[in-house]
Write a protein that binds this ligand. Structure first.
Ligand SMILES: [Zn+2]
Length: 309
């Protein structure tokens, strides 16, 4: 290793140390706009100790909504009005097939070895349960919902975009009816999502939509945020450590308007939440030329604006 390299490494380490300090001193400013901490039921005590101002707990299945409620009850009870865990209820596109099976499977036995056993059928019971949760919790968010081109329904060995769209539309409709913000997952279907929202009249829009772990291109950010009839004002863009695996992440960060950027851990364990958020904060700070604290302050304000009734 040359001297210059050693010096660079040392000053990088020094910088990272300072940044970590600044981060650790400002954990109370964090709004984690997308996480699944309720999934780690063994470490619930750790989740209760996270010093974040707010966290949005994303429920992905009907069963998961109970875990969301358990953690939110305990967190909010512990912190009273100083910190808040927001409940989010949704059917994630990965699990849509269990409730809305592909057309070709309907009526077929779930277990091919038991032809007289349970058959695939449409189960709409989630819809009423989602409504009940939204009525019961006026601050609840709709999420995690969305569309995903990569996930496969095992029994047919392929993706089922049709069923995903049916379940997504119903949930968007509920978000509109109950005036709730949405956290939305979209994998490799940004064109389709854009078409969906362009065709949706403004009166049927949710108040705001966060495109979580946004995986589109910089030009797609433009297409969403500049959508006509003021629809564009309703879109926010969440970034998590998963975005950092892309070599083009700084171009993406640059393209997101400063007032639309949201921070998220997208973690399913409290043990990794801090580190995941630190990494993405560091990347945003470097690209936007904001200090660590400024990144936390700005994304916090964005999240408050996102939530505002
Ligand atoms: Zn998620």
């Amino acid at each position: 290793m040359s001297n210059t390299t050693t010096e660079t490494t040392n000053s990088n380490n020094e910088l990272e140390k300072l940044e970590r300090n600044e981060f650790n001193q400002n954990l109370g400013l964090i709004v984690d706009s997308h996480c699944h901490l309720q999934e780690d039921t063994e470490n619930i005590e750790h989740s209760l100790e996270l010093p974040y101002e707010k966290m949005f707990l994303m429920g992905t299945t009907v069963e998961d909504w109970d875990r969301v409620n358990t953690l939110a009850d305990r967190f909010n009870d512990k912190w009273k009005d100083t910190k808040t865990a927001y409940r989010s209820f949704g059917i994630h596109p990965w699990f849509v097939y269990k409730l809305q099976p592909p057309q070709e499977l309907i009526g077929q036995p779930i277990d091919t070895l038991k032809p007289d056993g349970d058959k695939y059928q449409v189960d709409n019971s989630w819809y009423d349960k989602l409504r009940e949760n939204l009525i019961r919790y006026p601050d609840a968010i709709v999420g995690e919902i969305g569309i995903d081109k990569v996930t496969k329904v095992k029994a047919i060995g392929k993706n089922d975009p049709h069923s995903q769209m049916i379940v997504l539309s119903k949930q968007i409709q509920l978000a509109n009816e109950f005036n709730r913000v949405v956290s939305l997952h979209c994998v490799q279907l940004h064109g389709k999502l854009l078409d969906f929202f362009q065709a949706l009249p403004l009166q049927q829009f949710p108040p705001r939509v966060a495109l979580h772990t946004f995986g589109g291109k910089p030009s797609t950010v433009q297409q969403f945020s500049k959508m006509k009839d003021q629809k564009g004002d309703r879109f926010y863009f969440g970034l998590s450590f998963i975005n950092l695996t892309s070599s083009k992440v700084s171009k993406l960060i640059e393209s997101i308007p400063d007032d639309r950027l949201l921070l998220e851990s997208d973690q399913n364990t409290p043990l990794e939440a801090n580190e995941s958020i630190f990494k993405v904060v560091k990347a945003i700070s470097t690209t936007k030329k904001w200090t660590i604290k400024e990144t936390l302050e700005r994304t916090r304000l964005n999240a408050l604006r996102f939530l505002a009734k």
